[in-house]
Design a binder for this molecule. Structure first.
Ligand code: PRE
Length: 113
């Protein structure tokens, strides 16, 4: 087999793993947003604020530590968590305003937490 064919085979194997990991990430994010959807409904029903900065500070500290242990850039981990949480808070605000999706997928192409 030529060098080029070897390289293409190795690349295809890596890409198969990348595709599996990306699929797992999507499924995990979907489960997370399903859970935060319920949290948003609970918070709105009891007049709790959408954001909880103290909780976020704990999550960031924990995820930065986990990232370090896993040899992942802690700044990236923090940015990623903040990105997800900002979206969750946006959904919480929509729920509190009475415009929240009540069923997974009810927001169409958007996430549903
Ligand atoms: O734990 C909560 O209170 C949530 O609403 C969930 C969550 C999160 O996505 O992890 C989102 C918003 C809060 O500011 C903190 C955490």
């Amino acid at each position: 087999m030529s060098d080029t064919a070897d390289v293409r085979g190795i690349l295809a194997q890596y890409r198969a793993s990348i595709d599996n990991i990306d699929a797992a990430l999507i499924h995990m994010l979907a489960e997370r947003f399903r859970c935060t959807q319920a949290v948003g409904v609970l918070k709105a029903a009891h007049g709790l604020p959408p954001a909880d900065p103290a909780r976020e500070a704990q999550q960031i500290e924990r995820l930065r530590r986990l990232a370090q242990e896993a040899q992942l850039d802690p700044d990236f981990a923090e940015k990623f968590l903040n990105f997800v949480i900002r979206e969750v808070i946006r959904h919480h605000e929509q729920i509190a305003a009475g415009n929240g999706a009540t069923a997974p997928g009810a927001e169409g192409a958007s996430t549903n937490g």
